[in-house]
Design a protein around this ligand. Sequence first.
Ligand code: GSH
Length: 319
Amino acid sequence: MLVNGKWTEDWQPVQAKDAKGGFVRQVSSFRNWVTPDGSAGPTGDGGFAAEAGRYQLYVALICPWASRTLITRKLKKLDDVISVSVVEPALSAQGWRFGDYPGANRDDLNGATYMHELYTRAAPTFTGRATVPVLWDKASKTIVNNESADIIRMLNSGFGALADESVDLYPEALRGEIDTLNERIYPALNNGVYRAGFATTQAAYEEAFDGVFSMLDELEARLAAGGPFLTGTTFTEADTRLFVTLIRFDAAYFGLFKCNRRQLADYPALSAYTKRVLDLPGVRETVSIDHIKHGYYSIKTLNPSGIVPLGPDLSALGL
Ligand SMILES: N[C@@H](CCC(=O)N[C@@H](CS)C(=O)NCC(=O)O)C(=O)O
């Protein structure tokens, strides 16, 4: 991680634990918002007006949080408005790196080799982890925001007519229900798989594992009874946030993170739902099972040999 703007040690997956040995995710630190007129958003400072070509998303295709932003960019038809840069799937000793791995690219915009260089460009004495996603402002050469939950909201409504305004992923009438779903699904499932995978005690692992499968069981029942999406007929950000975890489940979390009571393939309603989301225009392009497998299985503390599994067979999803 970075300490006072200097890279200090080899990258480690877990740098913070709670009292019971549970994995604790770092809180995001850049919280400005792009708005149609550049006024300040719910947090941070103003000065980030929506403009075509002004912003770039830095992402990893292995990362579920970054993938939320990529899916939102596609669904809001912001491809020509916001550019994208993809890091290599394997975390290097200095964290995310730009390079020639297929599907990744070099950082033509800023000429950085590592993601952490962008953090120190934005904040020369930054202390913390250099995470993706990052929304970068080319005009003021700084990070607008590095919290995906914020970024998907600003891609939904901060770009006004530059985006497809007929698509609303956080509609007024469904906000209460979306917020409640997010607040339950994030700790139990989206982050729950990480808490299982990175637990350093048996008790922390078992607690996270139980939370993951109770939530999957609940969502299976919900989608079997209703649907086609979480809140009914409208696809919302709650679906984006659930999908990014489901699509990684059998390829990474079942094996590497020991979330192995059942596979996604054992849940008929959740499998059909995952395929439905994957088939929305543009979504499949945001998914790279190759990056997902290489990325997760490169985490040395969990997989010292670095061997990447050949399975599972994801042909039922068309992958
Ligand atoms: N709160 C952030 C979390 C992002 C996050 O944890 N990203 C991970 C990849 S999945 C990361 O970049 N980790 C690098 C590190 O921890 O050094 C968000 O949702 O945007």
